[in-house]
Design a protein around this ligand. Structure first.
Ligand SMILES: [Zn+2]
Length: 226
């Protein structure tokens, strides 16, 4: 269903009326500032939205999206978003959400020269190389593709944990907790990959530790459950 450009502004007027109908102070509160508990890092794919699929309202989630939900040390965009979310907004949860049917992941499995996209997609090819044994053992191409979507989420979660701001804050607060999710657009479901970070980090921590102190990043925060 195609919509005209003007429709967007009509929609906006309807949205304002709807929000004011629910709460006359809605925009006053919104303008006061933000204190989101979540940072969501997802794919730019137009079908994999952030707030809508999580049922969250404006002000509840800080969002970063790019092709295939990649977090890379040399990408100032994603690292600045994480740095701000962790050090200043002090989010409690960081979510990396991939999605099955991801065009970026598919392109990284295809022998094609995509110009400027090559170095970006190479980051996903690197994920394939790290997990090549497991992926090559999957005969069904669709299943292999789905698994690369999941492993890409896992590796991007690890890239977040490599950051000093995340490690330092975790030692002090036991937060942020990093989560890996996949959105299945065929069903609409959000799937928690339940990545066992304690296990994942056991071997890599000594390589990536920037704090020179003991820290264990768990999937759930047991110490602060009330
Ligand atoms: Zn995608």
């Amino acid at each position: 269903m195609s919509k005209t450009y003007e429709t967007i502004f009509e929609n906006n007027k309807k949205w304002i009326a709807e929000k004011l109908g629910e709460d006359a102070d809605f925009f006053n509160k919104l303008a006061e500032g933000q204190k989101p508990e979540y940072l969501y890092i997802g794919c730019s794919d137009s079908r994999a939205t952030a707030e809508e699929l999580m049922g969250l309202k404006p002000g509840e989630v800080f969002v970063h999206r790019n092709i295939a939900n990649v977090v890379n040390t040399l990408d100032m965009n994603s690292t600045a978003v994480i740095e701000y979310a962790v050090r200043h907004l002090k989010v409690k949860h960081i979510i990396v959400c991939g999605h099955y049917g991801c065009g970026g992941v598919k392109a990284a499995m295809t022998p094609d020269d995509l110009g400027l996209l090559n170095p970006w997609l190479r980051l996903i090819r690197d994920v394939y190389r790290i997990h090549q044994k497991e992926l090559d053992a999957i005969e069904d191409e669709q299943q292999r593709y789905n698994r690369l979507v999941e492993l890409n989420v896992q590796e991007q979660c690890i890239n977040i944990i490599k950051m000093a701001s995340v490690q330092e804050r975790y030692i002090v607060d036991d937060y942020p907790i990093v989560h890996g999710w996949v959105f299945d657009m065929k069903t609409g479901e959000l799937l928690d990959l339940n990545i066992d970070f304690e296990e994942v980090l056991k071997d890599i921590q000594k390589v990536y530790d920037l704090t020179n102190s003991e820290w264990v990043m768990s999937r759930t925060n047991n110490k602060n459950v009330h």
